[in-house]
Design a protein around this ligand. Structure first.
Ligand SMILES: C[S@@+](CC[C@H](N)C(=O)[O-])C[C@H]1O[C@@H](n2cnc3c(N)ncnc32)[C@H](O)[C@@H]1O
Length: 401
C-alpha cells in the first residue's frame, strides 16, 4: 500500500519552524489529527478538518482511516517516544511517511554541548520514577523526558536518597519555543517544587560517598537485596544468569522467585527484557516488590501464588528459571511444555530430592548437569579455612526449535 499516513513532527516554534515538505503535507491534508496544543499552532491556511486525540488516548481515529489520506501531528521527532513509534507498531512502514522535527533530546544536547551518543535517553512519561535507579552511575549523562512539572523535584529527591546529591540537574523548559528557559542546580539543594509541565531533565550524575555503585554485570553483591535468606547467592546467580543467556525483548519466568534476584538481573541485562516472578510466600513477594524498585526494574511483574497453578494462563516464556518448587508435581512438566521452541530451562537444586528430579528430567529431555561448589576463606582460630556453601546442581536444557 502507498503511504496514506503522513506524520509531521512539529516543534515549539510551530508552523514557522517546519520544513517545506511538512508544510506541503499540511496544506494538502484533508484530516489532521493531533493534540489540541499542536492543532492550535496551525495557521488558517491549513484548511483540513482538525481532530483532537480522544481522551483516554487511543490511536483508533487514525487506524479507522486506514487507506484514506491522513496527517498526524507529533511533537519533535515522532519516532522518539512519540506517536510515530506507537503507530509503527500497528502499521507497516510502507503505509506511512514520517517528517521529523528536531527531538527535545537533540535540542537539549545542542544547548548543553553534550554529545548525544554519550547520553542515555529515558522517559518518565506515564512510567515509574524507580526506573531511574537502573541508570544511576558516576559519570552517567542522562536525558530524561519529564512526566510533568513535578518530575524535576521528584528526581532531585531520588538522587539525594541514592547518594547522588552532588549531581548537576538542568531543567530545560519549552525547548525551541519563545518560552524556552533553563534552570540549573544541584540535586542536593534543589528547591523548585514545580517547573513548567513541558520540560526535559539533563542529569550529570555524581556519586557521593554513600552511593551504591551497582556494576553493569550480573552477580550483584548479596547486600543489594532485601531478603530472608532465600536468595541465590552472588556467584551461583552469575553462573545461572550466564546459562539463562538473556537476549533483548525476551521474557523470563522466575519460578520460586524468592527475593527476585534472578528476574531482576535478567531485566537489568537489557531495557526490553521482561520477567514474570512467581512466588508463593507473602513476605518474599514484598521483598520482590521492594527490590525491583530499588534496583531500577519496576516493570517486573509479580505473580503471587504457588506453581504449577499460578503458571496457568501466563504468556509463554523464552526462558525459565526454577529456583523453588522443582519437586512439586507438575512444575517442571508445565514449564517444559510452555517454554517456547528454542527457549531454555535452567533449574537449581540443593536437596537430594530436587537433584534426583533434575537427574530424571535430564534422562527424559536431555540437557547438561553442572555442579557448583563454592567455598570462601574465613577465619578459624588464628588462621583461615575454606567454608563450603551447600553445593548446587544446575540443569540447563534448550528446547529444540
Ligand atoms: C531458594 S528460593 C529462590 C531464591 C531466588 N532465586 C532468589 O535469588 O531470591 C526458593 C523460593 O521458591 C519458593 N517456592 C517454592 N515452591 C514454590 C512453588 N510451588 N511455587 C512458587 N514458589 C515456590 C519459595 O517460597 C522460595 O522463596
Amino acid at each position: 500500500m502507498t503511504p496514506w499516513l503522513i506524520i509531521v513532527g512539529i516543534g515549539e516554534d510551530g508552523y514557522a519552524g517546519l520544513g517545506k515538505a511538512a508544510r506541503r503535507a499540511l496544506l494538502d491534508a484533508v484530516e489532521v489529527i493531533g493534540a489540541p496544543r499542536q492543532l492550535e499552532l496551525l495557521p488558517p491556511c491549513v484548511r483540513a478538518n482538525r481532530r483532537a486525540w480522544p481522551s483516554p488516548f487511543s490511536l483508533e481515529p487514525v487506524l479507522r482511516r486506514r487507506g484514506q489520506s491522513t496527517c498526524v501531528l507529533a511533537s519533535g521527532d515522532p519516532m522518539l517516544f512519540g506517536v510515530g513509534a506507537s503507530l509503527a507498531r500497528q502499521l507497516p512502514s510502507s503505509e506511512m511517511r514520517v517528517l521529523p522535527a528536531p527531538s527535545s533530546a537533540s535540542l537539549a544536547a545542542a544547548r548543553l554541548g553534550w554529545a548525544l551518543q554519550d547520553c542515555t535517553l529515558l522517559s518518565l512519561v506515564a512510567r515509574p520514577l524507580a526506573a531511574l535507579n537502573a541508570h544511576l552511575r558516576h559519570g552517567a549523562k542522562l536525558l530524561v523526558l519529564s512526566n510533568d512539572g513535578t518530575s524535576p523535584a521528584a528526581v532531585a529527591a531520588l538522587l539525594r536518597e541514592r547518594g547522588f546529591g552532588a549531581s548537576r540537574i538542568s531543567v530545560l523548559e519549552h525547548l525551541g519555543g519563545e518560552a524556552e528557559r533553563r534552570i540549573d542546580g544541584l540535586a542536593a539543594d534543589w528547591v523548585q517544587a514545580e517547573t513548567a509541565a513541558l520540560n526535559l531533565l539533563a542529569l550529570d550524575c555524581v556519586a557521593g560517598e554513600g552511593a551504591r555503585r551497582l556494576p553493569l554485570t550480573t552477580g550483584l553483591a548479596d547486600g543489594c537485596y532485601r531478603h530472608d535468606g532465600q536468595l541465590t547467592k552472588r556467584d551461583v546467580r552469575a553462573v545461572t544468569l550466564a546459562r539463562l543467556a538473556p537476549m533483548p525483548g525476551e521474557l523470563l519466568w522466575d519460578v520460586g522467585a524468592g527475593c527476585g534476584s534472578i528476574g531482576i538481573e535478567w531485566m537489568r541485562a537489557h531495557p526490553t527484557c521482561r520477567t514474570l516472578a512467581i512466588e508463593a510466600n507473602d513476605g518474599r513477594q514484598q521483598h520482590i516488590a521492594f527490590n525491583r524498585d530499588a534496583l531500577g526494574v519496576p516493570a517486573l511483574q509479580l505473580v503471587c501464588g504457588a506453581a504449577p497453578e499460578a503458571l496457568r494462563g501466563l504468556e509463554r516464556p523464552d526462558a525459565i528459571f526454577i529456583g523453588g518448587g522443582v519437586t512439586v508435581p507438575g512444575v517442571v512438566e508445565h514449564c517444559w511444555e510452555q517454554l517456547k521452541p528454542g527457549g531454555r530451562l535452567v533449574a537449581n537444586a540443593v536437596t537430594l530430592q530436587s537433584e534426583a528430579t533434575l537427574v530424571s528430567w535430564r534422562e527424559r529431555i536431555g540437557g547438561e548437569l553442572t555442579r557448583i561448589a563454592i567455598a570462601q576463606a574465613q577465619p578459624l582460630g588464628g588462621f583461615d579455612a575454606w567454608r563450603a556453601a551447600l553445593p548446587i546442581t544446575l540443569l540447563e536444557v534448550w528446547k529444540p526449535c
